[in-house]
Design a protein around this ligand. Structure first.
Ligand SMILES: [Zn+2]
Length: 121
């Protein structure tokens, strides 16, 4: 069963991924419009490129630094572009195979055993 908490965990990941894809798809048309209005060599065009690329890399960083809810390692492994390319085919944690947007894992037996015991008084 899905809980609200499951969606909350993935909120940052989902937002970053959506924005990354949007920015990736939109840079040509948006850049073309800016270039058409202000010209390729204008200051505005230069500023647009700097701001757009900065935002793109920032969003990519958030996406790549998201930790898997189960194993707490980076959900998309790899650095730079490798992690992003890896993500599209299988959409699961590269370390433990936890599915993208999967429900939170239940508390494992190992977690319970690591808790301090109260073996009676
Ligand atoms: Zn994992």
């Amino acid at each position: 069963m899905r809980h609200a908490a499951d969606d909350e965990v993935w909120l940052e990941y989902r937002r970053a991924k959506r924005e990354w894809i949007l920015l990736w798809l939109a840079w040509v048309p948006v850049g073309a419009v800016v270039a058409a209005i202000f010209g390729m060599n204008s200051l505005v065009m230069g500023l647009f490129v700097v701001v757009y690329v900065s935002r793109f890399l920032w969003v990519q960083r958030i996406w790549q630094r998201f930790l898997c809810p189960r194993c707490e390692k980076p959900f998309i492994s790899g650095r730079g572009w490798s992690g992003v390319h890896d993500l599209f085919p299988d959409r699961a944690c590269k370390h433990c195979g936890f599915p993208e947007y999967g429900p939170l894992p239940p508390v494992s037996l190992a977690d319970l055993q690591s808790l301090p015991r109260s073996d009676g008084d």
